[in-house]
Design a protein around this ligand. Structure first.
Ligand code: PLP
Length: 284
């Protein structure tokens, strides 16, 4: 029987239900995380929980669980479900209250749920690369918060999928921001660029891992805005996310990019990323 985390306890999935007046359900008033599990072990769990609690703080959301309790419940969940390779989806809403736009007074107890999925690594896409479609970034101006409000992302991804692409690369006017569910990078004249951390992008946990790797490999990661034209004429393009890892983009809007194959620096970062996954076994 599959278990889930619900109201601070590990229970059967069938014993879990959404309340009609949960603010996550009615307003998208909540936050979430997707956390990777490799060989039964969490990858960058603490970084994800740090970002979760930071998002909660930015939205003045109360927790029904403290950090340490949540961390141990998530580990227990992965164990009881016997997850080998997969993800944990965690969602935390402002809780259940009569429907008014303003925050409930007194504040509601936040609803935290989590469940597991099995998911293998996307080896073929990582090795061969994928296509992307450029889509105007119409999202709100607090993309730094990992909010449940994902309509801008959903519409962009749908456009990409309809065009037979793996990801939508978003741009505000001329400026490339990020993917619909990933961060975006380009290599030009031997230099690696990505959008700086700001309200216009989510600071990805995989982005942090890649930044760390760059430091170790003496690759300078330049956190600076670049344009759609820069991207189209780049020597290499790749995206990162918890589920996509370091994934080469070899085609944008039906035009090959970076010679239509994964680039040298991309492959180096992929190899070092793979090392980090392999190290999980050694660390625990
Ligand atoms: C909009 C957006 N940017 C970036 C990312 C990458 O974040 P992470 O590496 O933490 O998965 C995601 C992940 O879902 C995302 O939704």
């Amino acid at each position: 029987m599959e278990k889930v985390l619900y109201n601070g306890e590990i229970v059967n999935r069938s014993d879990c239900s959404v309340q009609l007046e949960d603010r996550g359900y009615q307003f998208g008033d909540g936050i979430y995380e997707v956390i990777r599990v490799y060989q039964g072990k969490f990858f960058t769990l603490e970084e994800h929980l740090d970002r979760l609690f930071l998002s909660a703080k930015k939205l003045s959301m109360d927790s029904s669980l403290d950090y340490t309790t949540l961390l141990s419940l998530l580990k227990k969940l992965v164990d009881v479900n016997g997850v080998v390779n997969g993800t944990v989806y965690l969602q935390w809403t402002r809780g259940v209250a009569k429907r008014h736009h303003q925050f409930p007074v007194p504040s509601a107890k936040g609803t935290i749920i989590a469940y597991t999925n099995s998911l293998e690594r996307p080896i073929s896409n990582i090795q061969n690369g994928v296509s992307a479609k450029l889509v105007e970034d119409i999202r709100w101006l607090r993309c730094d918060i990992k909010s449940l409000n994902l309509l801008g992302n959903v519409l962009a991804k749908e456009e990409a999928i309809k065009a037979d692409c793996f990801e939508a690369i978003l741009h505000r006017g001329e400026i490339v921001t990020e993917g619909s569910s990933s961060n975006v990078y380009m290599v030009k004249e031997g230099k690696l660029y990505t959008h700086p951390v700001s309200n216009l992008i989510l600071e990805g946990i995989t982005r942090k891992v890649v930044k760390r790797i760059c430091g170790e490999e003496n690759v300078s990661l330049i956190e600076r805005q670049f344009t759609v034209e820069d991207l189209k004429s780049a020597d290499e393009v790749f995206i990162t996310s918890t589920t996509a890892e370091v994934m080469p983009i070899i085609n944008i809007d039906n035009e090959p990019v970076g010679g239509g194959k994964p680039g040298k620096l991309t492959v180096l970062l992929q190899n070092r990323f793979q090392d980090q996954i392999n190290q999980l076994g050694a660390l625990h």
